[in-house]
Design a protein around this ligand. Structure first.
Ligand SMILES: CCCCCCCCCCCCCC(=O)SCCNC(=O)CCNC(=O)[C@H](O)C(C)(C)COP(=O)(O)OP(=O)(O)OC[C@H]1O[C@@H](n2cnc3c(N)ncnc32)[C@H](O)[C@@H]1OP(=O)(O)O
Length: 237
């Protein structure tokens, strides 16, 4: 299997990892691929009820080995590398995510450029993507563009214009770039088109991102960033 983890810049090779981390990532990606096939085929399934019940029993059985060791909300996945940009379960790009298309992102001349194909599982209006899914993809690629421009932050505002419906099972292209920096506030713009008609914008968005002050970062993420610190909340899911 090729390496296609969610990296900050797919043109630069990721740092070497221990064989066990690499093996777990490969296994997580394999499970993610199987789950994505399952949810897409379930969304498209016209199988009779007895077949669907048989599938439900098999899925319940499959949950047992996956559930044996679970992390809590305050624990970063052991297979992730936050600084290296590896987020195996990111719901947009993560190879391990059942709900990620997944979106593949690379940096081209300072712009974040993403590609994906949305299956029937993302259907809103018949044959087209749910509007919230378009916003999800746009938020991710906007965040990516701000990060690669050296201004990572959190989304505080996302303005989305839906110009035409986004077709399912059709290769899509997303592009995003930073258009303004004002202290801790960063503005970026992004579009979704089909790959075959890159000039016909289907959805566009402007995102406002705010770089966190250290106290904000500590308040929001301290529990996950300092796992050894004494913090009773860390025991909670
Ligand atoms: C390293 C590897 C990376 C790999 C790639 C990663 C890609 C990842 C991509 C992931 C992508 C997914 C990304 C996600 O999903 S991020 C998840 C979704 N976003 C959130 O959950 C954020 C929720 N918001 C907050 O927690 C607070 O607002 C924060 C803490 C961010 C700021 O705190 P606070 O709100 O108290 O603000 P401030 O006092 O610091 O002030 C800051 C400035 O900002 C201005 N302001 C604030 N809000 C707004 C607003 N709505 N419209 C206009 N302006 C606004 C404000 O007036 C001030 O301006 P000024 O008075 O200074 O002029």
């Amino acid at each position: 299997m090729g390496r296609s983890y969610h990296t900050i810049d797919s043109t630069s090779p990721p740092p070497p990892e221990s064989p066990s981390v690499e093996d777990r990532r490969a296994a997580i990606a394999e499970l993610g691929e199987a789950l994505r096939t399952l949810v897409e085929q379930a969304a498209a399934s016209e199988s009779p009820a007895d077949e669907l019940r048989r599938a439900a029993a098999l899925v319940r059985e499959a949950t047992i080995p996956v559930g044996k060791q679970q992390r809590t909300r305050g624990q970063i996945p052991s297979a992730d590398d936050l600084l290296g940009g590896v987020r195996m379960h990111n719901p947009v790009c993560g190879d391990g995510s059942a709900i990620a298309p997944p979106l593949r992102v690379e940096v081209v001349e300072g712009k974040a450029v993403g590609t994906c194909t949305l299956g029937l599982v993302y259907e809103g209006p018949p044959m087209y993507a749910h509007g919230g899914i378009s916003a999800l993809l746009l938020d991710q690629i906007l965040g990516y563009a701000t990060s690669v421009a050296g201004h990572p932050g959190m989304t505080v505002r996302l303005d989305t214009q839906y110009r035409a419906p986004v077709p399912l099972r059709t290769p899509l292209r997303l592009a995003a770039e930073v258009v303004g920096v004002d202290g801790r506030k960063v503005t970026a713009r992004a579009t979704i088109t089909t790959e075959s008609e890159p000039d016909a914008v289907l959805v566009e968005a402007t995102g406002l991102f705010v770089a966190l002050r250290s106290d904000q970062s500590e308040r929001l993420f301290g529990e996950a960033l300092h796992p050894d610190a004494s913090n009773p909340a860390a025991a909670h899911d």
